[in-house]
Ligand binder design. Structure first.
Ligand code: PMP
Length: 376
């Protein structure tokens, strides 16, 4: 039986039967700011009282969109100065793949084994796990999967390649950070081949890994940046961000080449603006760092193979699947929500909201540690 949610606030979820749970994965799907951050709910209510949505094809401006686009791009390098809003992560990647095809006039893509980019057909085509792809073949025709963090086969990135799409830290693949040198090598190869580099930061974005965006840590700037998940503090929103030069191909031949009805919903954009404003005000980079340090310090025991990841995007690799399943359900009984990653069954996902107080963080980690000890 699933939990019947009654309400949620900050790091907590409350169920209909009156139980309180610490949401230790909300940081990924909902918000770095936890549930119903006051700044976010205030912005949502204000926008609901102005207008919900107007169907526009560029002739009208909805200021929540333009205000948020300005705020977002003010935090990005010069070449990431145009934002296309969508509703979800997979739509951001769909848009990015189409944009890369039209801009380069090529249709070959390079992606990575165990990468995850979403479940619509374009995103699924570049998702690197056969069991998810096989029932839906044929997908996009010319996708080449390489080993993450390996220099072998990088020659596959050639002048026929429209784009390389990747996560700087693989999320669903089991929280695997890219090697810095390797990522720079990929950037270099893309430059040489006229290939666009797409970073899917749908999971890593918005201080999850300690920087506003993970690419800032790597000193590698993508040509297209894809965002979603924590972007709008719990409201549905996604975006792909690129340069005006690249986006120009969407403007003509034919005009209105890529449209969406609800993409960039004003209520979501208002929530996203409040989220980013709050993130920029606070000390969230150091909060993410503190979460990582505390997790690594507390979660040490027999049965824990490794703690992986960066900032508050962490995974705890346990000895086997059975133990992992037991730890997750034992914690649930104790009122702690942990999660899996899609492509790994021995990894427990740890992604608390960045607002979590130190005492609650430490107490929760001690409880998790007790469960690990119980089953190891
Ligand atoms: N890319 C990455 C890296 C993701 O983690 C996810 C969601 N797990 C997606 C894309 C898809 O996002 P959405 O579920 O919003 O379509």
């Amino acid at each position: 039986m699933g939990l019947e949610i009654e309400s949620a606030e900050g790091p907590f979820i409350y169920t209909k039967d009156g139980k309180r749970y610490v949401d230790f994965i909300s940081g990924i799907a909902v918000s770095s700011l936890g549930h119903r951050h006051p700044a976010v709910t205030k912005a949502v209510k204000k926008q609901v009282d102005r207008h919900l949505h107007v169907m526009v094809y560029g002739e009208f401006i909805q200021d929540p969109q333009s205000n948020y686009a300005h705020l977002l791009t003010s935090q990005l390098p010069e070449n990431l100065d145009r934002v296309y809003f969508v509703n979800s992560g997979t739509e951001a990647n769909e848009g990015a793949l189409k944009l890369a095809k039209k801009f380069t006039g090529r249709h070959k893509f390079v992606a990575f084994r165990n990468g995850y980019h979403g479940d619509t057909q374009g995103s699924l085509s570049v998702t690197g796990r056969d069991v998810y792809r096989d029932p839906y073949l044929p997908l996009l025709p010319d996708v080449h999967f390489l080993e993450f963090n390996s220099n072998e086969e990088l020659d596959t990135i050639d002048e026929k390649t429209a784009a390389v799409i990747m996560e700087p830290i693989q999320g669903e693949g089991g929280i695997i950070p890219a090697d810095k040198k390797w990522l720079r090598e990929i950037r270099e190869r893309c430059n040489n081949a006229g290939t666009l580099l797409i970073f899917d930061e749908i999971q890593t974005g918005f201080y999850r890994t300690g920087s506003l965006f993970a690419f800032q840590d790597y000193d590698v700037v993508p040509d297209i940046l894809c965002l979603a998940k924590a972007m709008a503090g719990g409201m549905p929103l996604g975006a792909f961000v690129s340069s005006s030069e690249i986006f120009d191909v969407f403007r003509h031949d034919p005009p209105l080449n890529h449209v969406t009805t609800f993409g960039g919903h004003p209520v979501s954009c208002a929530a996203a603006h409040a989220t980013l404003s709050e993130l920029l005000k606070g000390n969230y980079a150091s909060r993410a760092g503190r979460i990582e340090t505390t997790v690594r310090k507390v979660l040490q025991a027999e049965g824990i193979v490794e703690i992986r990841g960066k900032g508050a995007m962490l995974g705890m690799e346990l000895e086997n699947k059975d133990m992992t399943r037991k730890v997750v359900s034992d914690c649930l009984e104790k009122g702690i929500i942990l999660g899996w990653t899609l492509h790994s069954d021995t990894l427990v996902r740890l992604a608390p909201p960045l607002i979590i107080e130190t005492k609650l963080l430490k107490d929760t980690l001690e409880d998790i540690l007790d469960s690990v000890k119980k089953f190891s």
